[in-house]
Design a protein around this ligand. Structure first.
Ligand SMILES: [Zn+2]
Length: 305
């Protein structure tokens, strides 16, 4: 078993443990009540009897059914007296799709499992993931400034049929990082593999690869469904490392038709000046101008005054 698989198993076991022990503790507490304990016992017996009757196609099945249902109602009532509901006795798994097992009923890996694999792989190469924001928490008052609806509907809903390159540019406070983070969240929930990292962390990662002369991990960046580079321009640029590796990643993504989102404070001229023609033409996808998607933000805080 690989180290990552072991870590994932441990992670899910602890999630399930938490969800199940909470429900079990509540049940134990409820069972200390003599009336509930009696009704619960009768209810469990009636339930088993009903299922058995059903399996063996008993003639008086409806009697079993009505006894089971009567006891179910009675149990609910007694629970209510204890200020509890059936829901309190049910484990609340973090992932409703796989009940924190990582796998769906058909044996396929759940999207939360795939996200976890990516998270651990990223951590292995020294990139810690950031908690994502969501479209639900987007302030409707900011909609005139930030095209939330557009990106939710015209980007996330149609992904991966989106432009290969999308640039959110504008100064601090334009909401570009927030928007990119919402996109990451929305796509990851749909099961797409997303890597969101700051240009600073990306550069650090490139330097580590360069120092270790290990290029294998770079494929994580070129193969994910969406790569989001946040705040391009905030990182120090080392010609032999930053520029070469960034070009390599962008080229590979283009070759495999994998979209990239970039947020930046820099305008087009500054990007050209800082990264050179080759990277510039990838970022702005000069080969197909229609295929570039740019949101130029206004400072939300200034306009709101
Ligand atoms: Zn899941």
């Amino acid at each position: 078993m690989s180290e990552i698989t072991a870590k994932i198993d441990e992670y899910y076991a602890s999630l399930r443990g938490k969800a199940e022990s909470r429900a079990e503790r509540t049940l134990e507490r409820a069972l200390r009540d003599p009336e509930f304990s009696k009704v619960d016992r009768e209810f469990q017996q009636a339930r088993i009897a009903y299922f058995r009757a059903e399996a063996s196609k008993e003639k008086n099945l409806s009697d079993y059914k009505s006894r089971f249902e009567a006891l179910k109602t009675k149990r609910k009532e007694v629970l209510a007296e204890l200020k509890l509901t059936e829901d309190d006795l049910t484990p609340h798994y973090q992932c409703a799709a796989c009940h924190d097992t990582g796998f769906l009923g058909n044996g396929e890996a759940c999207s939360c499992y795939r996200a976890l694999v990516r998270k651990f792989k990223m951590e292995e190469i020294g990139i810690s993931s950031v908690p994502y924001r969501s479209f639900q928490e987007a302030d409707p008052k900011l909609t005139p400034y930030i095209p939330f609806v557009y990106y939710q509907k015209k980007y996330c809903d149609v992904f991966p049929k989106v432009p290969l390159s999308t640039v959110f540019s504008g100064g601090t406070g334009t909401g570009k990082t927030f928007l990119a983070s919402c996109i990451a969240n929305s796509l990851e929930q749909k099961g797409d593999s997303v890597i969101f990292l700051s240009a600073f962390a990306l550069n650090r990662f490139f330097i580590n690869c360069f120092e270790a002369q290990s290029y294998h991990s770079i494929s994580l960046l070129s193969e994910c469904d969406l790569l989001i580079i946040d705040d391009l321009g905030a990182e120090p640029v080392y010609k032999k490392i930053t520029l070469e590796y960034l070009k390599l990643v962008l080229d590979e993504r283009f070759a495999h038709k994998k979209p990239t989102v970039i947020t930046t404070n820099l305008d087009r001229e500054k990007i050209l000046e800082r990264y050179g023609e080759r990277i510039y033409s990838r970022i702005f996808n000069e080969e197909s101008l229609d295929d570039n998607n740019t949101f130029i933000g206004r400072d939300v805080r200034v306009d709101k005054r």
